[in-house]
Design a binder for this molecule. Structure first.
Ligand code: GLY
Length: 369
């Protein structure tokens, strides 16, 4: 088992990464279960796979789960769902010193974390992420949010969990496409800050997506450790360090917006394309070697992720995509910061990017292949 500390003054916690954590949840979460009733907010699919396992463990220590099911999908990250969930937590008598368990992917973690941030001005919660994307990214670091008609994640709070249990067994019930999309975020840690990890993934990536146990534990553990380091250094994304986690996200967000935030392009797939674009744009500026840009494309191809925006068949131009970027929540006084690359493992925050040049670059990419 990997136990990764997230060091935050007064709010430090551990992320445990291993197979079989949920079957012993009563032991792992014991310090956070002070009452007999245990409120658990769960994605309906995750509950159908793991509900009985969790119940069996809690019952061995006389705990009684009280379930609240969330419909799968981004539409659950709404004001209405937040209101219903907080009302339910109040009905359950959840107090500030209590902990709510969140079982599922990013949607459940973000919604439950936000409800816990505002319930009685803040109660505790434990993340039980069941998707690769949630295990390596959204469950760690305390970003919680809902979506509004104006955009995704525009209303939220920083609220750190008290414990994260990333049970690798849960990945065996994930659809392959979703698993690969989560793998894009694993690759991201190598590309942005760890060339050795990138080399390891270039070699062992197929084992990771095929869920080979030791490869998976190494990939998730290394990713979480990278995220924990970054969050400990810049919890509220004020110094530029945490912003590096947005590698591929500005391009990716524009592609998601153009495809309607739909099944047509999953978030992780958009991030994969976004990282290819960030690498190619960095090479175009003369700051990244073409060979490194090519290696990034190859690693993304090898994972079965999309790497060419022309292949998406979008009816878009560079200007349309830049138009979406203007609504990006990272816009700052008319400029949009981009995460660019100087090498594999060497990302940096560029604040001098001209959006007109990005539009020309994207036109080239939309026609190139
Ligand atoms: N997902 C990006 C972050 O946690 O900062």
């Amino acid at each position: 088992m990997a136990i990764i500390p997230v060091e935050l003054a007064g709010r430090s916690y551990e992320v445990k990464v291993a197979h079989g954590l949920l079957q012993d949840i009563a032991d792992h979460a014991a310090p956070f279960l002070r009452k007999q009733n245990v409120p658990i907010v769960a994605d309906a699919n995750a509950k159908s796979h793991w509900g009985a396992v969790i119940e069996a463990s809690l019952q061995t220590v006389g705990k009684e789960p009280h379930w609240y099911e969330i419909a799968p999908g981004e539409s659950s990250k709404s004001w209405e769902s937040l209101a219903r969930l907080t009302e339910w937590l109040l009905e359950q008598g959840v107090e500030r010193g209590d902990h709510v368990l969140a079982l599922g992917g990013g949607v459940v973690g973000d919604l439950t974390g936000f409800a816990c941030a505002i319930l009685k001005r803040g109660c505790g919660f434990v993340q039980l992420p069941t998707t690769l994307l949630a295990q390596v990214d959204s469950s760690v670091g305390g970003k919680t949010a809902i979506n509004t008609p104006a955009g995704k994640n525009l209303v939220g709070a920083f609220h750190q969990p008290s414990l994260v249990l990333a049970d690798l067994d849960t990945l065996s019930t994930l659809p392959q496409r979703e698993l690969r999309a989560g793998y894009a975020e694993v690759l991201k840690y190598g590309i942005l800050g760890d060339a050795e990890f990138f080399d390891w993934l270039a070699e062992n990536g197929p084992d990771v997506v095929n869920l080979q146990a030791s490869a998976l534990e190494h990939a998730v553990g290394t990713s979480v450790a990278a995220k924990a380091r970054i969050v400990a250094e810049d919890e509220r994304e004020t110094t530029g360090t945490r912003a590096l986690l947005n590698l591929g996200h500005t391009f990716g967000h524009a592609l998601e917006a153009e495809t309607g935030f739909s099944e047509r392009l999953l978030h992780g797939e958009a991030v994969a394309l976004g990282m290819v674009l960030a690498a190619r744009y960095s090479a175009r500026r003369g700051e990244l070697r073409e060979a490194d840009s090519q290696r990034i494309t190859e690693a993304i191809d090898a994972a079965g992720l999309p790497s060419e925006i022309a292949a998406l068949g979008m009816d878009a131009t560079g200007d349309t995509l830049v138009g979406h970027m203007l609504h990006d929540k990272k816009m700052d006084s008319g400029t949009l910061p981009f995460i660019l690359l100087r090498g594999i493992g060497d990302a940096w925050l560029a604040k001098d990017v001209d959006l007109a040049d990005i539009a020309v670059f994207l036109d080239g990419q939309l026609q190139a292949h």
